[in-house]
Design a protein around this ligand. Structure first.
Ligand SMILES: NC(=O)c1ccc[n+]([C@@H]2O[C@H](COP(=O)([O-])OP(=O)(O)OC[C@H]3O[C@@H](n4cnc5c(N)ncnc54)[C@H](OP(=O)(O)O)[C@@H]3O)[C@@H](O)[C@H]2O)c1
Length: 285
């Protein structure tokens, strides 16, 4: 069984290495060829044309930025492509409706499709502790469980295609909201000259505390957003995906609209490729 990784960015890269370490035959495509070179060195066959990976692999793992990149790479808007006997496992963060559309196209071309978006980042990929949420049939879930266990001790079946993507967006909405909420309180604490450790001590003992606050505190205080696991631009993408989906459902999204403006400001400050805790910089600037 040959696994093809399509997209070896921040997450696809360690994902490929993890499968290789676990004795799978892995091949990989990436648009920017340079990112493939360390994988080639490690023993992965690499290609800068997706077609070669699509033809050679049995299972295609997608770790691409967004819906349009998936359509482009799988050539889903052309009629002349065949995915017979191929299984596409979509692991990036996209909207539920987008995932359903991709599923339809993959099935039309003879392939099988499941979604398996993840919570966690590069360290969790490396040690196999991602939270993997699966949208598929029960049979598909059973069939691919062992493969997905390379990334998570306990992949979870959420429901049919779309449900896992929706759950993932719900979690990422919390990343935006919690980070912005914490940044604003921390900024007030600093500007008022309150001792930050005293603030954190009280917060840690309260029901308001979330572990992400401590994870991001140092970066925020030091203004160091370099070497991101999850860049600001992707948090903006996911916030926009959530907003679109929530508005379709008639939910009040006023709070998230405000948060989106703060993330956009971080991007205006040139922090799009930095860690998303750069939201703090947008709040104090
Ligand atoms: N980073 C995280 O912690 C994290 C966690 C959970 C989920 N995710 C999600 O997982 C997905 C990948 O994230 P990432 O952090 O690995 O992103 P990334 O480092 O930006 O990688 C994105 C990948 O998509 C490729 N790509 C984008 N547009 C393309 C196009 N039009 N044609 C061909 N390839 C294209 C990029 O190729 P190039 O290298 O040529 O640009 C790269 O391989 C995203 O949906 C993200 O939201 C990320």
């Amino acid at each position: 069984m040959k696994i093809g990784i399509l997209g070896t960015g921040l997450i696809g890269f360690p994902l490929g290495l993890r499968l290789l370490e676990n004795n799978y035959t892995v091949i990989a495509y990436n648009r920017t060829f340079e990112k493939l070179l360390p994988l080639q060195k490690a023993g992965i066959e690499v290609f800068n044309q997706p077609q070669e990976v699509i033809e050679k692999a049995d299972i295609l793992i997608l770790m691409l930025t967004n819906y349009s990149a998936i359509i482009e790479v799988l050539e889903l808007n052309t009629n002349d492509y065949n995915l017979t006997n191929k299984t596409v496992i979509q692991m990036g963060t996209i909207a539920p409706d987008e995932s359903k559309k991709i599923a339809q196209e993959v099935i039309k071309k003879g392939g099988e499709y499941l979604e398996a978006p993840v919570l966690g980042s590069i360290p969790e990929v490396k040690n196999g502790t991602l939270l993997v949420m699966v949208g598929s049939t029960e049979n598909q879930f059973k069939k691919y469980y062992n493969l997905l266990q390379n990334f998570s001790p306990e992949p979870q079946l959420i429901g049919e295609i779309g449900t896992a993507s929706a759950l993932k967006l719900a979690l990422n909405q919390l990343i935006s909201s919690l980070t912005t909420g914490f940044s604003l309180s921390l900024a007030l604490i600093e500007k008022e000259g309150v001792n930050v450790e005293k603030f954190m001590n009280i917060l840690r003992q309260s029901a308001l505390y979330a572990p992400t606050f401590d994870k991001k505190l140092k970066r925020m205080l030091e203004g160091d957003f370099t070497n991101p696991n999850f860049p600001t631009k992707h948090l903006l993408k996911d916030t926009e995906l959530f907003l679109n989906q929530a508005q379709t459902l008639g939910l009040n999204t006023d709070s998230l609209e405000g948060i989106k403006k703060v993330i956009e400001k971080a991007i205006e400050l040139g922090l799009e490729n930095e860690d998303y805790s750069a939201i703090y910089q947008a709040i104090i600037s």
